[in-house]
Design a protein. Structure first.
Length: 518
């Protein structure tokens, strides 16, 4: 399939032959299943920890405390327990550490090797959890799951960004987030079904069914080809050219191949990517790989994703209504991600970030206002049916805004801005900061809700203001820019330009005039 993939990156244009093939779509869809295991885990733990039989068996003290507290504590504090929070958040600690090791494997043995390891460890974790006899088994299982998430989140976004043709990189990369949201929704639905089961079968199924997405990822790790960028980097040039021809659907891949080889040769001069990443010329990317994932979590999204059933219970909903409401917000999450896929390569990353930020801010302020008005600071009060529904609507509007902005872009942008030599390390940093803040929020939310009450939503909205201003001033547009030509974008930026020496630019970028400042 020919057709000339014209790339317009806000002036940093580059013409490669070839287009979008069925084969590249296939590899990206299979690769994106890596997001399923991440999402499944995000969605499953909140529901399982709200099952009495699970709590009684593994966390009896939490169970006793939760039921005793419910009688005399304010609504804001009903579920405040460090142990309960640790069950949810411990996995992210393991993921954080694993992503560092994943970056080494991804560089040395290729992207698909990391996906394979991620899928396999997640599979082991889900089997251990599904058959757990005691807390030790449960926790070891969680650690395996965390390793799986760390490996997949480190390798999949990079893989997708490298396989995709530049003009469709955003949409294909968002396949990862799409799979994440599908994983969350599947988990919400499964929890809704298994919560009704008698005996221990319910939680065993909820935890054990994670084996299905895990098996899909493991298989993906076996059947997928590695990215041309990684193959060239590991000295397999012939194979890289063959794969490039196959994914672009044309024999004529000379120009792109040449750019990849150049990028690889430049990368060979770097023996320690971790040292290189802190060099001045990589400063903008380094700052982004730290701030973007941190900001993504500071939107407060996982307050909803982890604890939606608990939150809705706190708002006065019954057990079943709470789980159902979690399913509804999970559905909104999936649908809104499609909006992002359809617009990211046309409207660009910045437009989505800015619109999403403003919409999230408005929703958070209104949610704080309505909860504050009804529950005050004492936590006593009850929503009318209409008010409760309106708050659910606001939560859904907030989730939608996240789902077309910070959700996908929090993974896309850091995976596409690093040069080849530091890309795996940069992505590992991204995962580490994401997981650190996921851990902190998972660990602290219920306690924060207890102490900050409705002000918690204002707390997160403060960060949304900061991150939206940050994007406005400091994040250049990256849509359509070939991944190995990204230095040109930083060079053209009013603030970051001074960090980029001329030698850092690729052959093409050196010769073009960037017509539009980012
Ligand atoms: C975030 C997760 C979040 C999910 C919600 C992802 O991009 O990294 O922390 O739970 O989006 O869809």
């Amino acid at each position: 399939m020919a057709g000339g993939g014209f790339v317009d990156g806000g002036g940093a244009g580059r013409q490669y032959d070839g287009g979008v093939t069925f084969f590249v779509m296939f590899t990206c869809v299979v690769g994106a299943t890596g997001g399923l295991i991440f999402g499944y885990d995000i969605g499953i733990s909140g529901g399982v920890t709200s099952m009495d039989i699970f709590l009684k068996r593994f966390f009896p003290s939490v169970y006793r405390k939760a039921s005793a507290e419910a009688t005399h504590e304010s609504a804001y504090c009903k579920f405040n327990s460090h142990l309960l929070q640790f069950f949810t958040s411990s996995l992210y600690l393991a993921a954080l550490v694993a992503s560092f090791f994943a970056s080494v494997i991804t560089k040395k043995f290729g992207r698909k090797m990391s996906m394979f390891i991620g899928g396999l460890t997640f599979l082991i974790g889900s089997i251990l959890n599904g058959f757990a006899q005691n807390v030790i088994m449960l926790i070891i299982g969680r650690i395996f799951l965390g390793i799986g998430v760390g490996f997949c989140n480190q390798s999949v976004p990079v893989y997708l960004s490298e396989m995709a043709p530049a003009q469709l990189r955003g949409a294909l990369n968002i396949g990862f987030q799409m799979a994440t949201t599908i994983g969350i929704l599947a988990a919400n639905l499964i929890n809704y079904g298994t919560a009704k089961m008698h005996g221990h079968l319910g939680w065993r199924l909820s935890l054990g069914l994670a084996a299905i997405p895990a098996a899909m990822v493991t298989l993906g790790g076996v059947i997928l080809p590695d990215s041309p960028n990684s193959l060239i980097d590991r000295g397999q040039r012939q194979e890289a050219r063959r794969i490039l021809q196959k994914i672009r659907g044309t024999e004529n891949v000379d120009q792109e191949f040449q750019d990849l080889v150049e990028a690889s040769e430049a990368s060979k001069t770097v023996d320690n990517p971790w040292k290189n990443i802190i060099e001045r010329k990589n400063r903008p990317q380094l700052i982004m790989a730290i701030l973007i994932p941190s900001f993504q979590q500071l939107t407060g999204i996982n307050v909803i994703m982890f604890y939606a059933p608990v939150l809705f219970k706190t708002l006065g909903f019954g057990d079943e209504a709470s789980l159902m409401t979690a399913v509804i917000s999970g559905g909104v999450n999936v649908v809104a991600t499609v909006v992002s896929i359809l617009t990211v390569d046309k409207a660009g990353r910045r437009a989505l970030f800015l619109e999403g930020g403003i919409q999230m801010l408005i929703c958070q302020v209104l949610i704080a206002y309505f909860i504050g008005k009804t529950y005050g600071t004492t936590g006593e009060g009850a929503f009318s049916k209409g008010a409760a529904n309106f708050v659910v609507f606001l939560i859904c509007a907030y989730v939608a805004a996240f789902a077309w902005s910070w959700g996908p872009l929090g993974w896309l942008v850091p995976s596409e801005i690093f040069p080849l030599e530091t890309r795996p390390a940069g992505q590992a940093l991204n995962v580490m900061f994401n997981m650190t803040f996921t851990f902190i929020i998972g660990q602290c939310f219920l306690t924060m809700l207890c102490h900050m009450k409705f002000g918690l939503f204002l707390f997160f909205s403060g960060f949304v203001i900061i991150m939206t201003l940050f994007v406005y001033f400091f994040l250049p547009e990256t849509k359509g820019v070939p991944i190995e030509e990204m230095y040109a974008v930083w060079k053209a930026h009013w603030f970051w330009g001074k960090f980029i020496p001329d030698e850092a630019l690729g052959s093409y970028a050196k010769n073009i005039q960037l017509t539009e400042k980012a």
